[in-house]
Design a protein around this ligand. Structure first.
Ligand SMILES: Cc1ncc(COP(=O)(O)O)c(C=O)c1O
Length: 415
C-alpha cells in the first residue's frame, strides 16, 4: 500500500528533526514543552501518526486469512515491518521475529514457554541488580513454580556490573542469564557480548532486555550471539502496544506454544491440534495490525537519519547535561558508569524526587520521578527514587539549560 510519508532531513539538524514531532510544539503550563521522559516513551514523528491514520482510512482489514485486496495490502504491510525489524537488529531470518505488545510480553513469553519446559528444581537463573521489574518478576514466578533459584549479579557504586561476581555465579546449574542491555535508571551500558560468551561456556542461554538499547545502540543479534532479544516499539519512536521478541530459530522451533487461538494453529480437531510454523506459532489471535505497520515508519526514520549520528547528538547532550548538573550544589548523580548513554538520574539532598518533578512540570519540563520500575536497584543505593531526565534525537542544549535552571529554581523554592 503506497503512502506519502513525511520526508526527513538528509543531514542531522535538530531544528529540522523537531519539526517532524508535532507534540514538541505544544505548551505546558504556558511554556514550550521540554520533553525529557524519553526512556519511558519517546514522542512519535508525523510519519508514524500518518501511517496509523492512513491504515484505518484506506486498508483496515484483518491479516493473513483474507483473500480480498484490503486484507492482502494489510498483510503485506504487516509483514514488511517484520522484515524491517529483522534488518534493524540484524536477525538472520524474518521468522525469528515475533511481534509482541512490548518488552514485557517478550520476556514473559520466554518465561512461560522456554522456561516452563527447561527450568527444573535446583536450576539457576541469573539476573542483575539493575533489572527492570519486567525482567525480575517473570523469573521469580517461574522459580517459585519450579523450585529453581534466582541469582543476582551485584553492581558497584557507579552502577556497573561486578563481572567477577557474575563469573563466580555461573555454573553448570545456570540455565538462563537474563540481562538488561542499557539500564533505564542509570544509563549503564552492560557488556552483553562478554556476558553471553561466559554464559554459553556453561551451557546457559541468554536473554537481552533491549528496551532501552534498541533506540540508542546498533543492535546486531547475530554478532551479540544472544538467544533472545526483546524490545518495545514505543521507545524507538513507534506506537505503543507493539514490540518484538527475537529468538534463535532452532530455539523457537523447540519451544512450546504460548497462547492458544487463531493463527497459531495448523489444524484443529477435538482430538488434537497441530501448530503453525514460526513466527505465527507465537502470534495467536488478531494482532496489533495498525501499530505494527506504523512501527516500520519509525524504524525507517531512525535508520535513514543514522543511529550513529543520533547517538553522537544524544551523547553530546548527556555530556553537557552531566557537566552542568554536577555544578548544582546538593545534586548527586546516580549512575556514573564509564559506558553510559542517554539519561541522567539524580537525587537532591533533603528534597524528595517527586517534589522536584512537580515543580519542573510547572515550568513545562517533563521528567520522570520515582523508582522507574527498578525498586531493588533503588534499595541498593538506599534511596526511594530519582529524578530522571532522558534524551532523544530531538532534544537540544537549550532544553538542557531550561532543565538546569528549572532544577535550581525548584531547589530554591523547596529549601
Ligand atoms: C529496561 C526496561 N526493560 C523493560 C521495560 C518494559 O517495557 P514495556 O513496558 O514497553 O514492556 C522497560 C520500560 O521502561 C525498560 O526500561
Amino acid at each position: 500500500m503506497k503512502m506519502e510519508t513525511t520526508t526527513i532531513a538528509p543531514t542531522f539538524d535538530v531544528n529540522v528533526i523537531r519539526k517532524s514531532f508535532p507534540v514538541l510544539e505544544r505548551e505546558v503550563k504556558n511554556k514550550l514543552l521540554v520533553y525529557l521522559d524519553n526512556a519511558a516513551t519517546s514522542q512519535k514523528p508525523q510519519g508514524v501518526i500518518d501511517a496509523l491514520n492512513y491504515y484505518y482510512s484506506n486498508y483496515n482489514a484483518n491479516i493473513h486469512r483474507g483473500i480480498h485486496t484490503l486484507a492482502e495490502e494489510a498483510t503485506a504491510a504487516y509483514e514488511a515491518t517484520r522484515n524491517t525489524v529483522k534488518d534493524f537488529i540484524n536477525a538472520k531470518f524474518s521468522e525469528e521475529i515475533i511481534f509482541t505488545r512490548g518488552t514485557t510480553e517478550g520476556i514473559n513469553l520466554v518465561a512461560y514457554t522456554w522456561g516452563r519446559k527447561n527450568i527444573h528444581e535446583g536450576d539457576e537463573i541469573i539476573i542483575s541488580t539493575m533489572e527492570h521489574h519486567s525482567n525480575i518478576v517473570p523469573w521469580q514466578i517461574l522459580c517459585e513454580e519450579k523450585k529453581a533459584v534466582l541469582k543476582i549479579i551485584p553492581i558497584n557504586d557507579e552502577g556497573e556490573l561486578l563481572m567477577d561476581s557474575y563469573k563466580n555465579l555461573l555454573s553448570p546449574k545456570t540455565k538462563l542469564v537474563s540481562i538488561v542491555h542499557v539500564s533505564n535508571s542509570l544509563g549503564t551500558v552492560n557488556p552483553v557480548k562478554e556476558i553471553i560468551n561466559d554464559a554459553h561456556e556453561v551451557g546457559a542461554l541468554v536473554l537481552v532486555d533491549g528496551a532501552q538499547s534498541t533506540v540508542h545502540l546498533d543492535i546486531d543479534v547475530q554478532q551479540m550471539d544472544c538467544d533472545f532479544f526483546a524490545f518495545s516499539g514505543h521507545k524507538v519512536y513507534g506506537p505503543t502496544g507493539v514490540g518484538a521478541l527475537y529468538g534463535k530459530k532452532e530455539i523457537l522451533e523447540e519451544m512450546p506454544v504460548f497462547m492458544g487461538g487463531g493463527e497459531m494453529i495448523k489444524e484443529v480437531t477435538f482430538e488434537k491440534t497441530t501448530y503453525n510454523n514460526l513466527p505465527y506459532k507465537y502470534e495467536a489471535g488478531t494482532p496489533n495490525i495498525a501499530d505494527t505497520i506504523a512501527l516500520k515508519v519509525a524504524l525507517d526514520f531512525v535508520t535513514e537519519l543514522g543511529k550513529d549520528i543520533i547517538r553522537n547528538h544524544e551523547n553530546d547532550l548527556l555530556k553537557y547535561a552531566t557537566g552542568q548538573m554536577k555544578l548544582i550544589e546538593g545534586l548527586r548523580i546516580i549512575g556514573t558508569a564509564k559506558n553510559k548513554v542517554s539519561l541522567v538520574s539524580f537525587v537532591i539532598k533533603n528534597i524528595h524526587p517527586q517534589d522536584i518533578g512537580v515543580l519542573l512540570d510547572n515550568q513545562g519540563i517533563a521528567v520522570r520521578t520515582g523508582h522507574h520500575c527498578t525498586e531493588p536497584l533503588m534499595n541498593r543505593f538506599g534511596i526511594p527514587g530519582t529524578v530522571r531526565a532522558s534524551f532523544a534525537m530531538y532534544n537540544t542544549k537549550e532544553e538542557v539549560d531550561r532543565l538546569v535552571e528549572g532544577i535550581k529554581k525548584s531547589i530554591k523554592m523547596l529549601s
